[in-house]
Design a protein around this ligand. Structure first.
Ligand SMILES: Cc1cc2nc3c(=O)[nH]c(=O)nc-3n(C[C@H](O)[C@H](O)[C@H](O)COP(=O)(O)OP(=O)(O)OC[C@H]3O[C@@H](n4cnc5c(N)ncnc54)[C@H](O)[C@@H]3O)c2cc1C
Ligand code: SF4
Ligand code: SF4
Length: 567
């Protein structure tokens, strides 16, 4: 009853409970209800570590700035991720079992844009400059920037070095403007650097500065160089004489606006680079653009581990624009006339058991066919450029740190982002940067790492009877004929749509402030504070009267109330 003393309480009463208060039904109890904030699947699935349930609850109360502050506790770049993240949070969203998942990324984009528009201040965790330690970060992509933000808001001094003249990494140099306008990148990064992060451009590790120098000068170093070197590619030892690599072509197109325009092209790969390049070339006027990929296409029958590694809507848009996909295929042979490429022979892939129980894919004899093309472009991924990092990489293509970015045998050098090799999205890079910052702070303070694990709440634990179907808000989208090289294809939701969409959230694992427990308790044993709260602190059990019937737990729509035996 301590909470009852702190707050003004009201007893759930549609009739005057006067006489029944004399019966202390709490003495009958063998089980007791308790509130437990479990981890919503959207939170569990977010690689950046965002608690979407918590910040969407703030939007439900129309507290947009507080929603943004809650969100940027994990991710400082919501205007960017709201546009580019493949949103695994939505794939996991429990609302998908009722009708359609919450449009979390559209909400994220809206609060990110609102923060830029209204210049909301990033929340600090310690006084600026309150720590004497200095941290160096190599790479100003999303991983490096996220780490810098989490460290500066904890009071550390942070310098970010990058080989390029401008910060942003692939956000600036590779992701097409049709998905991520550069004024959004500029605005969000400008606000981050305004916190006091030092930026040292044109400082390439291995050329302008050595890792040993950074280790001597700084208290810790976070390496986030991404993957800048192409994987080797050939078909049975053969390569076209005019070999262009996919990411290099996108970079040239973004920097200079130039792109080759053959009559037909085949792109080999199954990630963002392959699909983005295909769409850029199609818009530039290449009549036939095909993608040969070992992956499967998005759909209910495709294993999630097997699906194309792109934002789902990017695949839909590519199909709308006329890109032809050959899923589960590989290139078996380059077909040349003299030194001119004229096509490729492709074959279907099948999975067979490989070493260590893992399946491996091999070409299916007899399924060969020819695809005509004047140009073949590999887009099969990149590895870390080893220059300056040879000793740490030890001939490996990627770093292999633990989940906090800590490298074996090193206490003050950490690594993360794409350079891990098993990442590949902006939100995963942001999550790596955040965790590395927490690990650096813990290391400098000689503290142990926090336990971020929380029991996840799946749809079976909810009472879906209390939720009525409601259509998901859909943002405006440019028609194929309206699409250019620059115009953003997907637009924003309106404020009204954002509030409506947030109201669809089931508040999985947390209090919805629906009053069900307060209404249904037959013993008036649920009290509530007068002030609203979006974290469940709104309701308190009065154990003098709670007889442990469990109705509150059964009728809680969100699974926030559970029962346990009385001790
Ligand atoms: C074409 C394309 C489209 C994509 N689209 C999406 C998308 O829609 N959604 C999504 O989530 N992800 C997308 N991605 C992936 C995403 O961009 C990356 O996962 C993310 O940028 C990785 O962040 P990072 O900070 O690890 O590395 P990067 O963004 O690569 O940044 C690394 C930085 O380190 C610098 N650097 C490298 N080496 C050195 C050195 N030796 N010294 C100093 N500085 C160095 C680089 O200049 C760069 O600025 C896309 C990728 C590509 C290629
Ligand atoms: S960063 Fe991506 S996964 Fe995380 S909440 Fe935003 S859209 Fe969802
Ligand atoms: S309904 Fe809301 S809390 Fe539940 S998983 Fe979806 S977004 Fe998260």
């Amino acid at each position: 009853m301590s909470a009852a003393k702190k707050h003004v309480m009201t007893r759930g009463a549609w009739a005057e409970p006067g006489s029944s208060l004399a019966f202390k039904t709490g003495t009958w109890r063998v089980e007791a209800p308790f509130h437990q904030h479990r981890c919503a699947p959207c939170h569990d699935a977010c690689p950046a570590g965002e608690d979407a349930q918590a910040w969407i609850a703030k939007i439900q109360e129309h507290r947009l700035q507080e929603a943004w502050e809650e969100l940027v506790a994990a991710n400082p770049l919501p205007a960017i991720t709201g546009r580019v993240c493949p949103h695994p949070c939505e794939t996991s969203c429990n609302r998908g079992s009722l009708d359609t998942a919450i449009a979390i990324h559209d909400l994220e984009r809206f609060v990110g844009d609102a923060a830029i528009e209204h210049s909301w201040a990033y929340p600090w965790l310690a006084k600026k400059g309150s720590r004497k330690e200095r941290i160096a970060i190599v790479g100003a992509g999303p991983a490096g920037l996220s780490c810098a933000y989490q460290l500066i808001r904890r009071g550390f001094a942070v310098s970010v070095l990058d080989a390029l003249p401008e910060a942003g990494g692939l956000l600036r140099s590779a992701i097409p403007m049709t998905r991520l306008p550069r004024d959004v990148v500029d605005a969000e990064l400008k606000r981050l650097f305004a916190l006091g992060i030092e930026f040292r451009p044109r400082q390439q590790l291995g050329r302008d500065v050595a890792l040993e120098d950074l280790e001597a000068e700084y208290d810790a170093v976070f390496l986030a160089p991404g993957c800048q070197q192409s994987h080797g590619w050939d078909v049975d030892g053969a390569t076209p004489p005019d070999l262009h690599e996919g990411l290099h072509m996108i970079r040239e197109w973004i920097d200079l606006g130039s792109i080759p325009k053959p009559a037909s092209v085949v792109i080999h790969g199954g990630g963002n680079t392959a699909v983005d390049l295909a769409r850029i070339m199609k818009r530039a006027g290449v009549a036939e653009v095909s993608i040969i990929t070992a992956s499967g296409l998005p759909g209910p029958d495709t294993d999630p581990d097997d699906v194309l590694n792109v934002v789902p809507r990017e695949f839909d848009e590519a199909v709308e624009e006329g890109i032809v996909f050959y899923p589960h295929h590989t290139i078996k042979r380059l077909i040349m006339r003299g030194s001119q490429t004229t096509g490729v022979e492709i074959a279907r892939l099948k999975k067979i058991p490989g070493a260590g129980g893992k399946k491996k894919r091999i070409a299916f004899e007899g399924t060969e066919r020819v695809v005509h093309a004047d140009m073949v472009i590999p887009a099969i991924g990149e590895i870390v450029d080893p220059a300056g990092l040879e000793e740490l990489l030890d001939h490996q293509p990627y770093f292999h740190p633990d989940e906090w970015g800590r490298l074996q045998g090193r206490t003050t050098v950490l690594a993360g982002g794409d350079a891990r090799g098993d990442r590949g999205t902006v939100s995963a890079a942001i999550g790596d940067g955040r965790k590395a910052a927490i690990a650096i702070a813990a290391m400098l303070d000689k503290r142990s790492l926090p336990d971020e694990s929380r029991e996840r709440i799946d749809v079976e634990a909810l009472n879906l009877n209390y939720f009525t179907p409601a259509a998901r808000a859909e943002p405006p989208k440019l028609k194929v004929a309206e699409r250019t090289d620059q115009a953003e294809i997907i637009g924003s939701l309106s404020e009204g749509e954002v509030f409506g969409e947030a109201d669809r959230c089931l508040s999985c694992g947390n209090c919805l402030a629906c009053d069900n427990c307060w209404n249904y308790c037959p013993d008036n044993a649920v009290l509530k504070t007068v002030e609203l709260a979006s974290d469940g602190s709104h309701y308190v059990f009065d154990f003098e009267y709670c007889k442990g019937c469990g109705i509150c737990a059964k009728e809680c729509p969100t699974g926030y109330i559970r029962m346990r035996p009385e001790e």
